[in-house]
Design a protein around this ligand. Structure first.
Ligand SMILES: Cc1cc2nc3c(=O)[nH]c(=O)nc-3n(C[C@H](O)[C@H](O)[C@H](O)COP(=O)(O)O)c2cc1C
Length: 183
């Protein structure tokens, strides 16, 4: 009887401690989507309930239901794209104070590449989110035609690295939430 009670109380506390995360991404050629899905798998591996969506298919308001909000996009012209900037602008109208955030991007392997994640991280920070872990970049190489970038290829190993990163970010965020006393 005693052991049955223990099992019931353990499983209800596990449910109460369940955390949710959303990974929102934008993409032109598809590599940031691959990275976002890898991050999501890692977050799930850390025990979180997860959703991964293109920023075009999600309303900023709907992000209020998640504990951890991860946002990523491609680096273009040294920073975030207009699509991502517009999304972040709309996001700042939503009260996300006290939630956790994480920023990521895809970019070329160059000292001069700039970073969309830097812009995203600052924006999440300005919105009052706790940054769960420092921003990260997945490296791509670009495919050019006539001097124009027409495609991107993710560097080998980056998908796996982001899966591991998701696990770390999810664990770090859940630990911080528990420390803050609402676990
Ligand atoms: C118009 C344009 C501008 C770009 N500018 C940069 C840049 O300033 N720095 C950089 O690292 N990569 C730059 N890139 C390469 C992108 O980072 C790359 O295409 C992107 O990471 C691929 O992500 P996606 O597949 O999700 O679109 C640029 C690409 C395009 C199409």
């Amino acid at each position: 009887m005693e052991s049955q009670l223990l099992i019931i109380s353990m499983s209800s506390s596990t449910v109460l401690r369940g955390r949710s995360a959303v990974v929102v991404y934008s993409t032109r050629f598809g590599t940031t989507e691959v990275v976002a899905k890898a991050l999501e798998r890692g977050l799930r591996g850390a025990g979180m309930q997860t959703v991964c969506q293109n920023s075009q298919d999600i309303t900023p308001e709907s992000l209020r239901r998640y504990d951890l909000i991860c946002v990523g996009g491609p680096t273009e012209v040294f920073g975030a794209t207009k699509q991502m900037k517009d999304f972040l602008k709309a996001l700042c109208e939503v009260d996300l104070e006290g939630k956790f955030g994480f920023a990521f991007d895809t970019k070329l392997d160059s000292r001069l590449s700039g970073s969309a994640a830097k812009f995203i991280e600052h924006s999440l920070d300005d919105d009052g989110l706790h940054i769960a872990a420092p921003r990260e970049s997945a490296i791509v190489s670009s495919r050019k035609e006539g001097g124009k970038i027409v495609g991107a290829v993710l560097r080998e190993g980056e998908e796996r690295r982001f899966e591991g990163l998701g696990m770390k970010v999810g664990t770090a965020a859940a630990d911080e939430m528990a420390k803050m006393g609402d676990g």
